[in-house]
Design a protein around this ligand. Structure first.
Ligand code: SF4
Length: 143
């Protein structure tokens, strides 16, 4: 999400651009939006063209699946990366935190995207650009 603020072209496949745009508009208007960290399909997924109804459900949700949720290797890599991110942030699935606080924590505790599953080095400049925009936006909203 931070990278998307820095460069909207990162959602190149277009399948989840709607989801990123939908969430970023909410966060832009209200940086104190409370974010809940979930292990399932999230608010970005709700706009994704790959999300389909599926009576069998999937690891990330009842009655829904997507191409990613059906790939064991992707699911495993996402779970491993998410666990590392949560540990670094001192948060858990189910934690609730304002977007403003989450951005601050990310910038302090995960300054570099050295894991490809969370963007990787190729997105470092987008990540940093995102922080600049967000920190300006979040500060001006507070005044
Ligand atoms: S996890 Fe699935 S539904 Fe969510 S953004 Fe990725 S492909 Fe789309």
């Amino acid at each position: 999400m931070v990278c998307f603020f820095g460069n909207q072209n990162i959602a190149t496949e277009d399948h989840n651009k709607n989801g990123f745009s939908y969430v970023s508009e909410i966060l832009k208007k209200e940086p104190d939006t409370i974010v809940e960290l979930v292990a399932e399909f999230d608010d970005i997924c709700t706009g994704c063209k790959k999300l389909k109804k599926d009576k069998n459900g999937s690891v990330w949700g009842k009655d829904m699946s997507c191409t990613s949720s059906q790939r064991e290797d992707v699911v495993r890599d996402v779970q491993v990366s998410s666990a590392k991110v949560l540990k670094a942030l001192g948060l858990n699935y189910g934690s609730k935190i304002t977007w403003r606080e989450l951005v601050k924590l990310l910038s302090e505790r995960i300054p570099r995207l050295n894991d490809p599953m969370i963007g990787g080095e190729k997105n470092q400049s987008n990540y940093e650009a995102g922080f600049k925009i967000l920190q300006t936006n979040n500060t001006s909203k507070r005044q």
